[in-house]
Design a protein around this ligand. Structure first.
Ligand SMILES: Cc1ncc(CN)c(N)n1
Length: 223
């Protein structure tokens, strides 16, 4: 039997849990996260999303058939039309203007993660690219679902409720399911050696997601 997306997660289960259940996420779910930590995260995520759009564009470039091209194109459309648009609206609600967003300095955690993913895609093939992108797309969908089913999550009276709603939306959840299905199909045919290589990329990207959450908390602590 071949491999699946779940096998990737299982190779770095402790890192995956540290990402999905990071303190930043727990505080966000409880509505207790410091607003400045969230604002800083939002700013960096604005830069992050743009680099990830570039990564999906690279996935389009590396596609060799219509199905792969369509998959990468749909993800690029979802990240620009849905996520980035909602994100900019959301930043405005948090008091950031277009002028502020255009002048943001990039944090090292943002640089490390986005450049890692672009490099993984540049030196590898389409599957490396999708595996490097998977913790982003699948992780945030899973985080929203985990928060949603957690009895300690505060909804209506939570200033971060709209953020959770964005990632539990049908558009985001369906992009996540489609990415998992695409990966399941490709991973079914890889050798053990190739799977081990891909598992390394997945683990690294997951760890860089952990660092991205931590960046928000560390920034707050340094103020
Ligand atoms: C850091 C990070 N990771 C994932 C996502 C969800 N696309 C995001 N917006 N930002």
């Amino acid at each position: 039997m071949g491999y699946s997306f779940d096998d990737l997660k299982n190779t770095c289960a402790a890192d995956w849990q540290a990402y999905i259940q990071h303190d930043f996420v727990r505080q966000l779910g409880a509505g207790t996260l410091e607003s400045d930590a969230f604002r800083y995260y939002l700013q960096q995520d604005y830069l992050f999303i743009q680099h990830f759009a570039r990564a999906y564009a690279l996935a389009i470039y590396k596609s060799r058939n219509m199905a792969d091209l369509r998959q990468a194109f749909d993800s690029l459309k979802a990240i620009i039309d849905t996520e980035l648009t909602l994100h900019v609206d959301y930043c405005r609600q948090w008091g950031m203007t277009d002028h502020d967003l255009a002048r943001l300095p990039e944090d090292r955690a943002t640089m490390a993660y986005t450049r890692y993913v672009l490099d993984a895609g540049n030196r590898g093939d389409l599957l490396d690219m999708h595996v490097a992108l998977a913790p982003c797309l699948v992780g945030y969908g899973e985080i929203a679902n985990t928060l949603n089913s957690d009895s300690t999550t505060v909804r209506d009276a939570n200033p971060y409720d709209a953020w959770i709603a964005m990632y539990e939306s049908d558009a985001f959840q369906s992009a996540m399911r489609s990415e998992i299905a695409w990966l399941d199909e490709r991973l079914a045919d890889v050798t053990e050696k190739r799977f081990d290589e891909l598992a390394g990329v997945f683990r690294d990207a997951t760890r860089l997601e952990i660092d991205f959450w931590q960046m928000g908390l560390d920034w707050q602590a340094s103020q």
